[in-house]
Write a protein that binds this ligand. Structure first.
Ligand code: ATR
Length: 277
């Protein structure tokens, strides 16, 4: 029996165990995937312990995606670009860190909407880890990306850390006066902030009056299923997508990294939706 799991704090809300377990069952894979609550001062023991116990791999979630870097023997190009790891693979003598967040984001829109991001102009709201992963993936598809964030310096830091992409990336202050002139150009709006989740349900990360019907609006939040931003966007006539797809597809991409096989995404969607409802 293969062993896998997800490390985070808190971890009780994680949907990864049900998603992976459903897929193991569907394909008849003999593997066990468990959630592990790990304290910050025991992160290295958890990683090395999993290696010693013969784990196949781990997922890493909030707040350890960056903190885990010192314990890895190598990073894939994707993880290197964003200095963040959500998937680990153990081999005989190596601990390899990878990031499937950006790939998962792109794959979800391709799968659910048939959307091709190549060359599109995108506005990212937020400048945290999720914003960075999504932005790096978009830049790889030759997108023009604008970053807006409550804390402007953080958006500037994000641009600086991805500056090898040069002029494809610009910062815009998060206020209507600054955003209005660029909104005509924007084809996709992506919320990567936590605004719209339970603690600030009913709020939107940017004024809905900025949106236009030609835009695709993606919120990476999956609980609630439809944030206030998505509800407002839908009323305006925009196409919308929530965060369930990114959650599922980062997991699909983790299987591809661990085993080189693609799991049944539809089974994973069903497992997530059943847990959320
Ligand atoms: P993650 O790694 O999931 O992206 P994070 O690094 O904590 O999480 O980033 C959270 C993002 O949500 C940030 O862009 C944050 O804005 P600041 O950089 O100004 O903190 C944004 N965010 C969180 N709460 C917010 C709020 N109430 N209003 C606006 N932005 C908010």
């Amino acid at each position: 029996m293969e062993l896998l799991g997800v490390i985070g704090n808190p971890i009780g809300h994680s949907l990864s165990p049900v998603m992976h377990s459903a897929a193991f069952k569907a394909v008849g894979r003999s593997a066990l995937y468990l959630p592990f609550l790990v304290e910050a001062d025991q992160l290295s023991q958890a990683i090395y312990g999993a290696q010693a116990l013969g784990f196949t791999g781990l997922n890493i979630t909030v707040p350890y995606k960056e903190k885990v870097l010192p314990y890895l023997t190598e990073l894939t190009d994707e993880a290197e670009a964003v200095q963040s790891v959500n998937t680990i693979k153990f081999t005989e003598d190596r601990i390899i860190g990878h990031s499937t967040d950006g790939e998962g984001f792109m794959a979800a829109a391709e799968y659910e909407l048939g959307y091709d991001f190549r060359g599109k102009t995108v506005l990212i709201v937020g400048a945290g880890g999720a914003a960075k992963a999504v932005t790096a993936a978009l830049l790889n598809k030759q997108c023009q990306v604008y970053i807006t964030n409550r804390t402007l310096e953080r958006a500037e830091q994000l641009v600086h850390s991805l500056n090898r992409f040069g002029t494809q990336l610009e910062v815009v202050p998060l206020n209507s006066a600054a955003l209005e002139p660029v909104m005509d150009e924007i084809e996709v709006v992506v919320n990567t902030t936590s605004v719209g989740m339970a603690q600030n349900l009913g709020q939107t990360p940017l004024a809905p009056s900025l949106l236009a019907p030609h835009q695709l609006v993606i919120d990476i939040i999956y609980n609630p299923e439809k944030t206030q931003l998505l509800k407002a966007a839908e009323q305006i006539g925009c196409r919308v997508q929530n965060g369930v797809g990114m959650l599922v597809w980062q997991a699909v991409k983790a299987w591809e990294f661990w085993w080189g096989i693609t799991p049944p995404a539809e089974i994973m969607y069903q497992a997530v939706k059943a847990s959320l409802s």
